[in-house]
Design a protein around this ligand. Structure first.
Ligand code: SF4
Length: 257
């Protein structure tokens, strides 16, 4: 979908991000400007606003996100459908035998780890809330909702952000996957030693505070798509990259070629 003429990527759309606790330290102004320039450069290429790929309730999105870790989308999508078919009500999964869950999600990476982890996380949610639903998160700020989720062992920054952003909650959270992280690192938006988890608050803080859920979703998607299609893990296509003039890694590669 092409970008609408005049689409204001700096976004005046309202968001529901109310901050809890201390404000994060302000980002470097140069990096914030660069992050915005990258977004504006990539959006016309990949077609912002990008349609959401899921319309799942937040609990189902959480399960989907847990399945997707280090797994191809097609394989995790198949595993999610199989799990949903075998356990149409997630509460049926609470007391299921682990080998049965593991067999149902056999197509994902590390099913032997993911099966007990998913069950433990669902049990923890049920214990904390008295019911198996995450719909209540919509009443929280993004920071509060992320903190609530990340207090559960096995839920990290990427999973919490994906649950809030990709589900029908459509909350303004920024997920960072391995492609997004790689491109951000090569562009110099984050340091070479900053891992995926710690990169979440840094990359979010570089973007305008008033950005909507759609703006942040677009930012994640365009960086992820760029990582998949151009800035490959091996042999990035720097000569064809629209970010080359912004990218120290690409310039160094071509300068030494
Ligand atoms: S110039 Fe090369 S390294 Fe930099 S973002 Fe583009 S493809 Fe990746």
């Amino acid at each position: 979908m092409p970008i609408a003429p005049g689409h204001d990527l700096a976004g005046a759309r309202p968001n529901r991000s109310r901050r809890a606790g201390a404000e994060p330290s302000p980002p470097d102004a140069g990096l914030a400007a660069k992050a915005l320039a990258v977004h504006r450069r990539l959006c016309p290429v990949y077609g912002c606003p990008i349609p959401y790929f899921h319309s799942l309730d937040p609990l189902s999105e959480l399960v989907s996100s847990l399945l997707s870790h280090r797994t191809r989308n097609a394989d995790s999508g198949r595993a999610f459908k199989a799990l949903r078919a075998r356990f149409p009500d997630w509460s049926a999964l609470l007391d299921a035998e682990i080998p049965e869950i593991e067999a149902t999600i056999a197509g994902v990476t590390w099913p032997e780890l993911k099966a007990p982890r998913i069950q433990a996380i669902l049990r923890r949610i049920a214990e904390r809330r008295g019911s198996l639903s995450l719909d209540f998160l919509r009443e929280m700020s993004v920071d509060e909702a992320r903190a609530w989720l990340e207090a559960i062992p096995g839920i990290g920054p990427k999973t919490s952000a994906a649950t809030l952003s990709f589900s029908v909650l459509r909350m303004p959270a920024l997920p960072v996957d391995s492609h997004h992280h790689r491109v951000a690192q090569r562009l110099g938006l984050i340091g070479a030693k900053v891992d995926v988890g710690p990169s979440h608050p840094i990359l979010r803080a570089q973007l305008p505070a008033d950005w909507s859920a759609q703006d942040l979703y677009d930012n994640h998607e365009v960086l992820m798509l760029h990582g998949q299609q151009v800035c490959h893990h091996r042999n990035p296509a720097c000569r064809a990259c629209v970010l080359l003039d912004l990218c120290p890694t690409g310039q160094a590669r071509l300068g030494s070629a």
